[in-house]
Design a protein around this ligand. Structure first.
Ligand SMILES: [Zn+2]
Length: 195
């Protein structure tokens, strides 16, 4: 039985605490749905996750089983131990009100991963300026030879999941991504469990 589990409704987010040695499982229950992950060490320093160090220390920008995600200080925070999808993104920042304004040319409020992470982390004293590039589980960003990026529907099928072994006690923010364009046209839920 998982110690902790939950469903993240479409276009929302949560923050959870988990301990070194536990495994975080992210599940795409319906398929083709992105889950943004950002985390901090669960200590007074709150050292954040670093996409740049993770790319550098893994010599890749495509992360899957066997890769470790590193902190700003260069310490391993998470190790991917199981991955039934195989395609994730660690290049782009969480979707934001600003991004939707640029894409749609409209000012009205749009739910976003940045807003949902900000709200989830706020009770822990973490503000939006500490939320960097997220690990975007199941996000399908294709990279052309000239470096151009294209966001395509996720390759995940219903029930696909990715497991992360915690190397440190962590404060983890998770979302069910709010951008229909990154999720095959429809925003769906994400399920998580701590094992
Ligand atoms: Zn998003």
């Amino acid at each position: 039985m998982p110690r902790l589990e939950g469903l993240i409704p479409p276009q929302t987010g949560v923050a959870i605490r988990a301990r070194a040695g536990e495994t975080l499982r992210l599940i795409d229950p319906e398929g083709s749905q992105v889950c943004d992950l950002f985390c901090f060490t669960d200590d007074p320093e709150r050292v954040p996750l670093s996409a740049g160090r993770s790319a550098d220390y893994n010599d890749t920008i495509l992360f899957t089983r066997g890769n470790r995600l590193f902190s700003f200080e260069g310490d391993p925070l998470l190790e991917i131990t199981h991955d039934t999808c195989g395609r994730h993104d660690f290049l782009v920042t969480p979707c934001s009100q600003q991004m939707f304004r640029m894409m749609n040319g409209r000012e009205e409020h749009h739910p976003s991963c940045l807003e949902n992470l900000e709200r989830a982390f706020a009770p822990f004293g973490v503000d939006r300026y500490r939320i960097g590039t997220t690990f975007n589980a199941f996000m399908n960003v294709q990279i052309a030879a000239d470096g151009r990026l294209q966001v395509l529907p996720p390759l995940s099928k219903a029930g696909d999941h990715v497991d992360f072994l915690l190397k440190r006690d962590l404060l983890i923010g998770l979302t069910a991504c709010s951008d229909p364009g990154s999720n095959g046209g429809r925003c769906k839920p994400i399920r998580y469990a701590v094992l």
